[in-house]
Design a protein around this ligand. Structure first.
Ligand code: BG6
Length: 509
């Protein structure tokens, strides 16, 4: 977020330690991000990478593994000269996550690198393992003393924690406790990769650097806000993970709630990370508990059955690899939330996310109230479409404003028109990946784009009752939708009953 601050500042010498180094995330996201940062000369002048994994591997094999990953997944081709320099500083440490001895040996490696360098360096620990071992890793970082290395100086250790951050309020609280007994909150960086997306960062710029929006960004002018994060893909090979989580935990609790917080928060007093996170927390705290049952239920869940996605046959969720036949995990969730504060009282916020939907789209739609139908809007010829501000997070990143205009001709007829701005058209296509931004910010100790412990707990506090209720109900109330559609019809009804309809996916002309 603080692009200027972070890019001008110079992180101290760093030893980046990745737990889960032979995992999928390292190959697909972390290695390409580190490599691209190095290519842009944004890594610290002295930067070492130690990959940690349970299965021992020679340094040389790890380097080869990373190079292959880069060839497959990096947004840019490998610059051989850059790689040659980088690979000399890459090492592997094999050892268990539960055994303190493995952490003592890791510490020795770190001390040796520091000695070689002849100056202190910060350790950035990146926990990218399955969540089952988050706690032992954190505990051992504490017990070995690695957590508090150089604490109180600019070389203090830092820790990045991947999602999922807990699976409900209780586990998130426990995880926060384990973290905060070993690390100060200023050392902790909880990842939500959506916050690293360029368009998400620019949301605050759009809101607060244009005087056009702020006066109308409230209950007096906004009729509803819709946030959609839809995917065309199914669960693929991640069935084992996904079935224990579902759409609410996997997408809504983190990515969608973050988009909601950024869209609805009050202007922060500065761009200071705490000022921004305080405002997000205030907005999240003002959300009213959702009604779960009966006619006024504000939640819908669904699961995909077979269907056609982009013309290709797709199997149903229950037939995907690794999904038990009696599973009642939702692959789609839609909610209607109310933020009970001065700005938003009475404005519904509709959120939805699902897999195997018609298309991939992450979008925030602000729908404005109609003007009084005195001149236009009172008869069919003058049917008035609502003004919409559509912020497209991905793909085709951009912003579109829908207005009403007169169609050319002798008759006065109205039609919605679009004023559009596309990132790619204006700025070109070489945007850094989310993980580049996030790793760079963590190296610099800038927590703006990371989730603070209290934010995670508030979000779980809101969603845990829904999860408990669904768990009690098992498959009762789990709606189905054909793969390749926009989700269960009940989600359309959720809006229709409140006088709205989903905008994303509608052929809006
Ligand atoms: C991850 C979820 O956090 O986000 C995945 O675990 C999902 O299930 C992914 O597919 C979507 O991310 P993106 O950046 O492709 O929208």
């Amino acid at each position: 977020m603080n692009k200027e601050t972070t890019q001008q500042s110079n992180p101290p010498p760093t030893i980046l330690v990745i737990f889960g180094a032979s995992g999928d995330l390292t190959a697909r996201k972390l290695a390409p991000a580190i490599f691209n940062l190095s290519q842009d000369d944004l890594l610290p002048a002295n930067c070492f990478l130690i990959g940690v994994g349970r299965t021992p591997m020679e340094d040389e094999s790890f380097r080869k593994y990373l190079k292959e990953a880069l060839t497959k997944h990096s947004r840019r081709e490998i610059d051989q000269e850059n790689w040659n320099a980088l690979e000399q500083n890459i090492f592997f440490h094999g050892g268990g996550y539960h055994e303190i001895d493995s952490f003592r040996l890791l510490e020795e490696k770190i001390l040796n690198l520091e000695k070689e360098l002849g100056k202190p360096s910060q350790c950035l620990f990146y926990i990218s393992t399955p969540p089952g071992v988050f706690e032992p890793i954190l505990e051992n970082l504490g017990e070995s003393g690695l957590a508090k290395r150089h604490y109180g100086t600019e070389y203090a250790s830092k820790v990045i924690i991947e999602k999922p951050f807990g699976k409900d309020l209780q586990s998130a609280r426990k995880l926060n406790l384990v973290i905060n007994q070993r690390f100060d909150e200023s050392q902790v960086f909880r990842i939500d990769h959506y916050l690293g997306k360029e368009t998400v960062q620019s949301l605050l710029v759009q809101r607060f650097s244009n005087s056009l929006f702020e006066p109308v960004w409230n209950r007096n002018y906004v009729s509803c806000v819709q946030i959609t994060v839809s995917e065309e893909l199914g669960v693929g090979k991640r069935g084992g993970y996904y079935d224990k989580n579902g759409a609410l935990r996997d997408m809504i609790q983190n990515h969608v709630m973050q988009l909601l917080a950024l869209t609805s928060m009050e202007p922060p007093s500065s761009l200071n990370p705490e000022a921004i996170r305080d405002e997000k927390v205030k907005a999240l705290k003002a959300i009213k508990p959702l009604s779960l049952k009966g006619e006024n239920a504000e939640v819908v869940r669904g699961v995909y059955t077979e269907g056609l996605v982009s013309g290709e046959k797709a199997i149903g969720y229950l037939n995907e690899e690794g999904i038990p036949e009696d599973s009642f995990t939702e692959t789609y969730a839609a909610l209607c939330l109310h933020i009970e504060n001065w700005r938003w009282k009475g404005v519904p916020f509709y959120l939805r996310s699902g897999k195997r939907l018609t298309g991939k789209a992450s979008e925030i739609v602000v729908q404005f109230k109609r003007p009084p139908g005195i001149l236009f809007g009172q008869d069919e010829r003058f049917s008035l479409a609502p003004n919409l501000l559509v912020i497209r997070i991905q793909p085709n990143e951009g912003v579109t404003l829908y207005l009403n205009s007169k169609t050319p001709g002798l008759e006065t007829k109205l039609q919605p028109i679009q004023l559009s701005f596309g990132y790619e058209t204006t700025f070109g296509s070489n945007t850094p990946e989310a993980y580049e931004r996030l790793i760079l910010d963590a190296l610099n100790g800038d927590g703006t784009l990371f989730i603070r412990g209290d934010e995670a707990e508030i979000s779980w506090g809101l969603l845990s009752p829904i999860l408990d209720y669904w768990n009690e109900q098992e498959s009762i109330g789990l709606e189905s939708y054909s793969a390749g559609t926009w989700g269960p019809v009940e989600a359309d009804k959720l809006l229709l009953a409140r006088g709205h309809e989903w905008i994303t996916g509608k052929d809006y002309k």
